[in-house]
Design a protein around this ligand. Structure first.
Ligand SMILES: C[S@@+](CC[C@H](N)C(=O)[O-])C[C@H]1O[C@@H](n2cnc3c(N)ncnc32)[C@H](O)[C@@H]1O
Length: 440
């Protein structure tokens, strides 16, 4: 399969609800590296500014996009994104390949329209975008930067105009991969392996035991990946776990929503053998992935995973420390997972906040007196962060907020609880983190 075909296949998966990395992973290893890069670039360019591509298409189509077949709509979206963003790829080659795809597909009668619309977009859209760039209108800026307009307004209300604009830009930046070194003694070999493979990588200046890479190489192709030397993880996620570890004075430790086990893996690698770590997760599929990850990084003997709802599961032993990495909108990770921003609505956000509050309430209930609870989300909406904490604290818990050890250059104080990691760099996503001790 070639890159453009692969991008269209992934786009179909994403339209049906998959996440981009999952769709790219499902392509398997058969794709040549340049085709994988092209597929990934097209897929992310399409998702990052989906509302802008729809807006442009609306200017050139005589009927609404949704009146066309879903396959043709995908071709138009991918084509528009590619024409506007892939500067080093020939527009003629892109349009011909996309038209060829429609001709060979289920709606060949739409091939002429695709050809005409994409050629006009290639010629006329750059001037439209230039005009939008000069506009001070926040609505136009959100459209241009790929921020859903309601979320753009919400950030203005919460952060003020200037910070919100900054956040829109940071949320549309291209992300890069960072890795956690599960075996810090392998750092030199890892970096040497990267150099041999022609990938630029260097130790993070912010966090020991982690490396920054330029771009987004396919993780299984990294040196020592099969042997478990490294785990792909954002620096922000690593910093959250490090801040949790700083507060710890022993176990048992409970991770209440452990997903695919990235943070549980970090805990197990960093904690001494004698500290029990238990991890809970609602999705059986994610627990299966987490178990495979623990196997890969060599900590499966100590890992205890349970599938179920963290509001009702019972721990093996009362935890001394709880890490609650709550399910959230993921708005701090929009540069990395752009498809998720188009699925979010204010109603869904409110629903998330209710779930987060009940999970946090449970964490306070479960932790031993004198123990700690760390609440975090990869969201930058106060509704999922300070407001959740505030609502739970308001129900009468006897708690003390604890200071967090996070680099000042990338974190700001929450209002009034916790700290916020600002997604300033390609290896850092937005995060919220707050820590409490339950009084004995
Ligand atoms: C932010 S993710 C966790 C990521 C994980 N800590 C990691 O570092 O890999 C939140 C997770 O909570 C899970 N989840 C949602 N509702 C839950 C519930 N009621 N009980 C347990 N897990 C839940 C989701 O499936 C999702 O995997």
């Amino acid at each position: 399969m070639r890159g453009i075909e692969a991008a269209l296949e992934c786009r179909r998966e994403v339209r049906r609800g998959a996440f981009a990395p999952e769709a790219l992973r499902n392509l398997g290893g058969g794709l040549e590296p340049p085709d994988r890069v092209l597929a990934s670039s097209l897929l992310y360019a399409t998702s990052r500014r989906e509302s802008l591509w729809k807006h442009l298409l609306g200017l050139f189509l005589k009927k609404p996009l949704h009146a066309l077949s879903a396959e043709t709509a995908d071709v138009l979206m991918v084509g528009t994104a590619g024409l506007m963003e892939l500067r080093r790829f020939s527009p003629q080659v892109l349009v011909s390949a996309l038209v060829g795809h429609v001709k060979a597909g289920r709606s060949p009668h739409e091939a002429g329209l695709v050809n005409a619309v994409l050629r006009r977009i290639g010629e006329e859209a750059p001037r439209i975008l230039e005009k939008m760039e000069r506009s001070p209108d926040p609505k136009e800026q959100c459209l241009l930067l790929g921020i859903p307009s309601w979320a753009g307004r919400r950030w203005i209300e919460e952060w003020g105009k200037e910070e919100a604009r900054n956040l829109w830009k940071l949320s549309s930046m291209k992300p890069c991969l960072s890795v956690r070194l599960n075996r810090p003694e392998k750092e030199r070999d890892f970096l040497a392996g990267l150099e041999k493979a022609g990938i630029r990588g260097w130790p993070s200046p912010l966090l020991e035991g982690s490396c920054r890479l330029s771009g987004n190489p396919f993780p299984p192709s990294l040196p020592g990946f099969a042997e478990g030397w490294v785990t792909p993880q954002t620096e922000s996620a690593m910093l959250v776990v490090e801040a949790f570890l700083e507060l710890l004075d022993g176990g048992p430790v409970l991770e209440m929503c452990s997903g695919r086990g990235v943070k549980s893996g970090q805990l197990l690698c960093r904690l001494p053998e004698g500290v029990p770590v238990e991890s809970w997760e609602l999705s059986p599929g994610k627990v299966a992935s987490a178990k495979a990850e623990m196997q890969r990084i060599g900590v499966s003997r100590r890992a205890v995973f349970k599938v179920g709802d963290a509001r009702t599961l019972e721990p093996e032993q009362a935890p001394r420390a709880v890490l609650l990495d709550a399910p959230c909108s993921g708005s701090g990770t929009w540069k990395r997972h752009p498809e998720s921003k188009w699925r979010l609505t204010p109603e869904r956000l409110a629903q998330m906040a209710r779930l987060q509050a009940s999970l946090l309430e449970r964490a306070f209930r479960l932790v031993q007196p004198g123990g700690i609870v760390v609440y975090c989300t990869c969201s930058l909406f106060r509704e999922e962060n300070e407001q959740v904490v505030g609502s739970v604290l308001g129900s009468g818990w006897d708690l003390v907020e604890l200071p967090l050890s996070l680099p000042g250059a990338i974190s700001v104080k929450g209002k009034p609880y916790g700290r916020i990691l600002w997604p300033k760099l390609p290896w850092i996503d937005g995060f919220y983190i707050a820590a409490f001790m339950k009084r004995a």
